[in-house]
Design a protein around this ligand. Structure first.
Ligand SMILES: C[S@@+](CC[C@H](N)C(=O)[O-])C[C@H]1O[C@@H](n2cnc3c(N)ncnc32)[C@H](O)[C@@H]1O
Length: 266
């Protein structure tokens, strides 16, 4: 798949940051905490976590060269003291292994791109210190209007010849009940999994198209020949207007799932 575009992704940074702020309100960070950020993107969250653990360290992992380059550019602008406690590394979440153990394994809006959640959450358990915290946030909005209209369009002729087997990434995301059972079964304790809906005022359905170009649209557009991509987008925009019932302002409701758990202390 074509690489991520950090500028496009950060165009709606204020809205995309809301779930991270929700995490910050709840996460108690010890001064010496060692933090691992899986799918760190352009690194803003990793840096903020390191800032809040003034004697700790934070490592961000991401498979996108463009995102890691942007994260390293952000690191270059930090004070020497903070920069010394932050690292970014190019890598696949599924392949990440380390003999280091972390007090917090964190992932914001990334694990829905990884298919095998059992394996991933099991690996996270091994990466945690006893008593260490798992904190995961993923979009869980595959039943939202934008995602449904996109999935339906992609399954219709002529697009299905290109996109017929592609799913929206949050199709991999299960329910809070599912993750509660899974995490307990993997040995985690203090498990708390829940949905939270974030209400984003938009100027119109085209804002949803622009929002999605950085994320959910990527695999679909990659599969369509370049000359026909904007035709697909135009058809989706028309369907969004019909489904939301407006070409003007409306509220884009974005459901997300939060997973909180700890590694056992014994
Ligand atoms: C939606 S962005 C979120 C970035 C960041 N966590 C944030 O909250 O701003 C998703 C990130 O996950 C990364 N990603 C997706 N699949 C990945 C994988 N299998 N291994 C490592 N990184 C991955 C992408 O490269 C992208 O930077």
């Amino acid at each position: 798949m074509k690489d991520w575009d950090p500028d496009l992704y950060n165009r709606f940074r204020a809205y995309r940051a809301e779930p991270f702020h929700a995490v910050l309100k709840r996460l108690e960070l010890g001064p010496a905490h060692e933090i691992l950020d899986l799918g760190c993107g352009s690194g803003e969250n990793t840096i903020e976590l390191a800032r809040r653990a003034p004697h700790g360290r934070a490592l961000g992992i991401d498979s996108s060269p463009a995102m890691i380059a942007r994260a390293n550019a952000a690191k270059a602008g930090l004070t020497e003291q903070l920069a010394a406690r932050v690292d970014f590394r190019l890598g696949e979440i599924g392949a990440f292994a380390s003999s280091d153990r972390y007090s917090v394994v964190f992932s914001n809006a990334a694990l829905h791109w990884v298919k095998d959640h059992r394996r991933t959450l099991q690996a996270c358990y091994r990466l945690l210190r006893p008593g260490g915290r798992l904190v995961v946030q993923m979009p869980a909005n595959n039943e939202e209007t934008a995602q449904i209209t996109l999935s339906v369009l992609a399954a219709e002729s002529p697009w299905r010849d290109f996109t017929g087997r592609i799913q929206v990434p949050s199709a991999t995301v299960q329910t809070p009940q599912y993750y509660t059972c899974l995490l307990k079964g993997l040995g985690y304790t203090d498990v708390d999994c829940y949905y939270q809906v974030f209400a984003h005022p938009m100027n119109g359905p085209d804002d949803v198209v622009q929002w999605s170009r950085a994320t959910v649209l990527r695999p679909f557009l990659d599969a369509i020949p370049e000359a026909r991509r904007e035709e697909f987008v135009a058809q989706w925009r028309t369907r969004l207007q019909a489904a939301y019932g407006t070409s003007g302002p409306f509220t884009f409701n974005f459901r997300r799932i939060f997973l909180w758990a700890r590694r056992r202390t014994d």
